[in-house]
Write a protein of this length. Structure first.
Length: 222
């Protein structure tokens, strides 16, 4: 997914002690090196000077932590915010984990300041005008608020139903071979078949980009 969506960048792995995503990081590092992506490693407590030495001066530097826990989020975002205050002209971003979505209601500012991308299968955006209109319609129909689950089940049904019904009405049984470009709210759905006689699975996910202009961008990864 990084190779598809980031075309010219340097990956800088941020190492914490006992990172809970180290297996993922080791595989990712090997893949990036194989594909010719420039990589470097810094410690979670690296100084601004050490971060500067690890950064590319000409292209995007993508910081990738080896841990997805909340404490690491706080430590790394604080570190990168201090760094960007001193070196504001450098082009940097932070790759975050799905677990970090739970922090967006209270730590959204830090995500924007660090230009964070979070990869995830589902993204419920409580600030979306369209999503909030759908919530109001749900409450009118069912005389109840939505159940606070992850994923939000009524949006999962909305996205799945919109994809299936639109695809079938336009393309019949071959709907999974077409790109529908629908206004999906929580899940980017791209159905594929594993075997000719099997059922469908979703092969897509999001990069949720907390941009520095305080907009939230959803990028489909297929």
């Amino acid at each position: 997914m990084l190779l598809k969506n980031f075309k010219d960048y340097k990956a800088v792995f941020v190492q914490t002690d006992n990172g809970n995503e180290q297996v993922f990081i080791d595989k990712l590092r090997r893949r990036l090196i194989k594909e010719g992506v420039e990589v470097a490693t810094v410690g979670a407590k690296a100084s601004n000077e050490q971060l500067l030495n690890a950064c590319s001066k000409k292209k995007l530097t993508l910081f990738i932590p080896n841990d997805s826990r909340e404490a690491t989020f706080h430590e790394i975002t604080a570190q990168l915010i201090r760094f960007k205050r001193q070196y504001s002209k450098l082009n940097t971003a932070l790759l975050g984990y799905p677990d970090w979505q739970a922090l967006s209601s209270t730590r959204r500012n830090e995500m924007h300041l660090t230009n964070t991308y979070i990869f995830t299968n589902v993204f419920y955006n409580p600030w979306s005008t369209t999503t909030n209109l759908l919530k109001k319609e749900y409450a009118l129909w069912f005389k109840s608020d939505i159940i606070p689950t992850s994923p939000v089940m009524f949006l999962l049904g909305y996205d799945s139903g919109l994809t299936f019904l639109t695809g079938l009405s336009r393309y019949g049984k071959d709907f999974n071979t077409q790109k529908l470009n629908l206004p999906l709210q929580q899940s980017d759905i791209d159905f594929i078949k594993i075997t000719p006689n099997g059922g469908y699975i979703n092969s897509s996910m999001w990069f949720v980009h907390y941009r520095t202009d305080y907009q939230i961008e959803k990028i489909a990864v297929r």
